[in-house]
Design a protein around this ligand. Sequence first.
Ligand SMILES: [Fe+2]
Ligand SMILES: [Fe+2]
Length: 371
Amino acid sequence: MNVHTADATTVEEGLAIQEQQAVLDSETATAVAMQDTLLTPRFYTTDFEALDAIDVTPVRADWDALIAEMQADPNKGHFRKDETWDHVDWEGMEPELRKEFIDFLISSCTAEFSGCVLYKEMKRRGSNHDVTELFQLMARDEARHAGFINDALREAGIAVNLGFLTQKKKYTYFRPKFIYYATYLSEKIGYARYITIFRHLEEHPERRFHPIFKWFREWCNDEFRHGEAFALLMKTDPKLTSGVNVLWIKFFLTAVFATMHVRDHQRPAFHKALGVDTDWYGHEVFRKTSDLSKQIFPITLDIDHPRWARGLTALQEASVAIDAARRQGGVAGKLAEWAGSAKAARAFLSLLTIPAQRHEVPASTRMEPVY
Ligand SMILES: [Fe+2]
Ligand SMILES: [Fe+2]
């Protein structure tokens, strides 16, 4: 058997390798990954039978080409430390940056692993060859991604116990169509986030304070392919992207973008170290994700609308107020928490009611990564 997740050719093998290393994993990192709030990565479950019933005949040619690309496995062996992995001075790292960066790694690892668990379960429960083949390939990739982030965390003396998470983390049920919207978006926004950081650091290599960023280009190409797969799955059923479902799409776009904004603003030292203005970065990622999602969604959010930036700021302020109120505790804390939640709800509603931009969806969804 291979000894590194980078070489694992199946998700089972990747996870077995993780299991062997679990003795080194730390309680605190796992506790952070276990958190379930509106803002932290969740684990999902769905109606696997409905998913299994999908017929990909309407998109057969594009489907086969995508599966062939994933089977060719261009990133096999990529997700491992090699000679270009620079030494990281964890001890000498500025404490705020260290804290935020570790939080970033734990949350990224949890998100990658959340995809892995969902895809693996789909593969296990399904009997539709097209569907199980796709989910097996995607689970393989996510196991490598999560394993690689854990390698980086181990250098800092911590790691997430992935086996423990699988058993103990709460699973949120989503109907299949919500899985499509949420997962499609998280794959595409993941691509946009990784490639934006990668391109920025190409121009400013002196800002690359950790070697893992060098891996982001190939990494985001995996996420791009995963997003393509969900676009094709949605393309098989036009109802998923029309009628009342367009409102659901708007809801998911708004929720995913808003969550990213609030989460990123919780990490000022991390973005400062990268030399990235958090608002610029967010806008750039939203723009790229919007452009990509035109392949399948008939609307995009108007991220240049004056109420957009205002709403995001209000939401973020509310989130800070809620955190402070929770820390305060007592009756006063509870009241302040409610006030904060009300403010957050108003801000989210304000974002949600910005008129969306409509456009024609192309006949063929397939795209190549161009950023
Ligand atoms: Fe991934
Ligand atoms: Fe992915």
